[in-house]
Design a protein around this ligand. Structure first.
Ligand code: DQA
Length: 146
């Protein structure tokens, strides 16, 4: 089945709601997924959403998206800062990838200012909590000419 956007959540995002609420807020991942689905409905985009902890699983999900989606919205979480494998997977596929972050990584620890994966994304949106994903869907809609 061809879909518009494969939304991929990275490691530790399944713990949102209780994970460092001072940094990430109190929204659970399920609540963010509901927000993503309602944004997608408004924009007329068909989306799938999945969360993975493993680096290889994320690489596989990016490869699969290249066959069944028109764009990727990904929060690589910690992999953003060091995964050459996730970076290479994003660079290897022809469809556009928008990277999102809940927090403003530029305003945090020094190591988070390095974005290994960000450099190969079409663009990056961060700092708006769950709404970062909705903003990314707007970017996808524009890229797909919707
Ligand atoms: C994050 C930021 C990363 O630095 C961190 O490792 C995460 C979440 C964010 O959404 O703000 O797990 O990607």
């Amino acid at each position: 089945m061809q879909i518009d956007v494969a939304v991929i959540h990275g490691p530790n995002l399944n713990l949102l709601g209780t994970r460092e609420p001072g940094v990430y807020g109190s929204q659970t991942l399920a609540e963010i997924d509901t927000q993503i689905m309602s944004g997608a409905r408004e924009l007329g985009l068909a989306v799938t959403i999945a969360q993975y902890s493993g680096e290889g699983e994320i690489v596989d999900a990016i490869h699969a998206a290249a066959h069944n989606a028109r764009a990727i919205v990904i929060n690589p979480a910690a992999y953003t800062h060091y995964s050459v494998a996730v970076r290479d997977a994003i660079a290897a596929v022809a469809i556009p990838t928008i990277e999102v972050h809940l927090s403003n990584t530029a305003a945090r620890e020094e190591f988070r200012s390095i974005g290994i994966t960000s450099a190969v994304a079409r663009g990056t949106i961060g700092g708006f909590g769950g709404y970062s994903y909705v903003l990314a869907l707007y970017a996808v809609a524009q890229l797909l000419g919707r």
